[in-house]
Design a protein around this ligand. Structure first.
Ligand code: SF4
Ligand code: SF4
Length: 184
C-alpha cells in the first residue's frame, strides 16, 4: 500500500468526498418537475396516442384497408377487418389498435402510403381496464378531431409523414388537406 492510499484509508477521504457531494445536492436547485402541476409541452412529432386521419372530402377515415401498417407493426397490435363495397372497393369495417401492446415505434405511420395514420402528441391517458386501451376506428377518428384537427394535423403530415416523392428527388410533395376539428 502506498503512502497516499494509506492516508486515504485512515482519514476516510472517499467517504468524506461522497458526503460532500450529497450535501452539495441538498442546496442546489431541484431539476425535477412537479408533474402534473408543472408540465412540459410535448415536442412536435412526439409519439403519443394513435389517430386515424379524417379525410375532408368524405368526413371518413382516409385509410383504405391495405394492411401495410399492420404488416409492419412489430407488436402486432393493429387489427384491420375489411369487406367489399358496392363499387368493389375495399371498405374498412374495423380498424383497431391495442395500445397496451404498442411500443410507439411509428413504423405503422411510416409504412402507410396514404398518410392515414398518425401518432398524436397526446400522452396523458389512463384507465382501469384493458378495454379502455383498445382503440376502435371511431375512437381513433375522434382522436384525430381532438388532438390533430386543423393546422396541427397539416403541420404534422407535412413535417413527419415520410418518405414523400420529394425525398427520392423526383417530385414535389403533394399538399395535404385535412379536415377542421377541435384542438385540445
Ligand atoms: S407504433 Fe409501432 S408498435 Fe405501435 S402500432 Fe405502430 S407499428 Fe405497432
Ligand atoms: S392506415 Fe394506411 S397502411 Fe394502414 S391499412 Fe390504412 S391505408 Fe393501409
Amino acid at each position: 500500500m502506498t503512502f497516499n492510499e494509506a492516508v486515504k484509508k485512515v482519514f476516510f477521504i472517499e467517504i468524506l468526498k461522497g458526503l460532500a457531494l450529497t450535501l452539495k445536492h441538498f442546496v442546489s436547485p431541484a431539476v425535477t418537475r412537479q408533474y402534473p402541476t408543472e408540465k412540459r409541452e410535448p415536442f412536435p412529432g412526439s409519439r403519443g396516442l394513435h389517430a386515424l386521419v379524417r379525410a375532408p372530402e368524405t368526413g371518413k377515415e382516409r385509410c383504405v384497408g391495405c394492411g401495410l401498417c399492420a404488416a409492419m407493426c412489430p407488436s402486432q397490435c393493429i387489427h384491420i377487418y375489411t369487406s367489399e363495397g358496392d363499387d368493389h372497393k375495399k371498405v374498412v369495417d374495423r380498424y383497431e389498435v391495442d395500445v397496451l401492446r404498442c411500443v410507439f415505434c411509428a413504423l405503422c405511420v411510416e409504412a402507410c402510403p396514404y398518410g392515414a395514420l398518425v401518432l398524436t402528441p397526446h400522452y396523458e391517458y389512463s384507465g382501469y381496464t384493458r378495454r379502455e386501451f383498445y382503440y376502435t376506428k371511431d375512437r381513433l377518428l375522434q382522436n384525430w378531431d381532438t388532438f390533430m384537427g386543423g393546422a396541427k394535423g397539416t403541420e404534422y403530415l407535412e413535417r413527419f409523414w415520410r418518405p414523400k416523392a420529394v425525398d427520392f428527388g423526383n417530385g414535389t410533395p403533394a399538399k395535404i388537406e385535412v379536415s377542421e376539428g377541435k384542438t385540445p
